[in-house]
Design a protein around this ligand. Structure first.
Ligand code: HH2
Length: 260
């Protein structure tokens, strides 16, 4: 799963059009480099990121999804907290809702997921993005994340989401210390054993810099990202959410060929 962010505010002169064109070019590149799924997001979930209004988020992601649908069969996932954005994205051709709030952001989220009938990624996050990294605490991080994910899967199914549409994600970096992230990574086989496809998002995350303080910025975390992706694949995860698609595909091919 290749990450495509549509964030026009990251360009000096702003403007939705620049964001759209750059994101479309990036998406095409990720497809050419071997992505099996594209995860498109119009709102950053980084701690301290500015919230984006619903209409603005829709205006960012829908034209991109529609443009991709017109030229490619690659499945598209919409990375959003908001049911209205998921609805608009699915109408434009997305087939997966990646919700880092696991359908908790709004009360109608589970019912909307059921109605849309798309695949749904339920990710664990402690609290909300603004505060999640403020002294996260667990007595048993693996047990608590597992219980949370199973409870969210139950809530989704109770609202009518089909069991075979549900994916789980332990949420690396979302309200976790280095030790929590490492414990969750080590426990991936336990999450896989729950019987739902597991998505792992470890690419370029800060825990890599914590283990390698010499790393210079998020772009200098490729080695750690590849190590995590290979570990995820060996643990049986169904997909890895990554920025460096070409390098990850190559690493996974070599590991698979060796038979590890
Ligand atoms: N991580 C980010 C965003 N969405 N979704 C899932 N299911 N799992 C993840 O681990 C995950 C996710 C990280 O987001 P952000 O820090 O905003 O950066 P980017 O979108 O560039 O990865």
């Amino acid at each position: 799963m290749g990450v495509v962010n549509v964030t026009p505010d990251s360009f000096s002169d702003g403007g939705r059009f620049l964001g759209h064109d750059a994101a479309l070019a990036h998406a095409r590149e990720l497809i050419a480099r071997g992505a099996d799924i594209l995860d498109i997001g119009g709102e950053s979930t980084r701690p301290g990121a500015e919230p984006v209004a619903e209409a603005e988020e829709i205006a960012r992601v829908v034209p991109l999804i529609a443009a991709l649908r017109a030229e490619s069969a690659v499945p598209v996932s919409i990375d959003t907290l908001k049911p209205a954005v998921a609805r608009a994205a699915v109408a434009a051709g997305a087939t997966m809702w990646n919700d880092v709030a696991a359908l908790r952001f709004s009360p109608d989220a589970p019912a909307v997921a059921a109605e849309l009938g798309c695949a749904v990624v339920l990710m664990h996050m402690l609290g909300e993005p603004r505060t999640m990294q403020a002294a996260p605490h667990y007595d048993d991080v693996v047990g608590e994340v597992e219980a949370f994910l199973l409870a969210r899967a139950e809530a989704a199914m109770a609202a009518g989401v089909a069991r075979d549409r549900i994916w789980l994600d332990p949420g690396i970096g979302f309200g976790k210390t280095l030790e929590h992230n490492l414990a969750l990574l080590a426990a991936l086989p336990r999450f896989v054993a729950l019987g739902f496809p597991v998505l792992l998002g470890a690419s370029r995350k800060r825990f890599i810099a914590a283990l390698d303080p010499a790393a210079e910025g998020a772009g200098d975390r490729l080695g750690g990202s590849l190590a995590a992706a290979l570990h995820g694949a060996r643990s049986g995860v169904a997909a890895v959410r990554v920025h460096d698609v070409r390098e990850t595909v190559q690493a996974l091919k070599v590991q698979a060929a060796i038979g590890g």
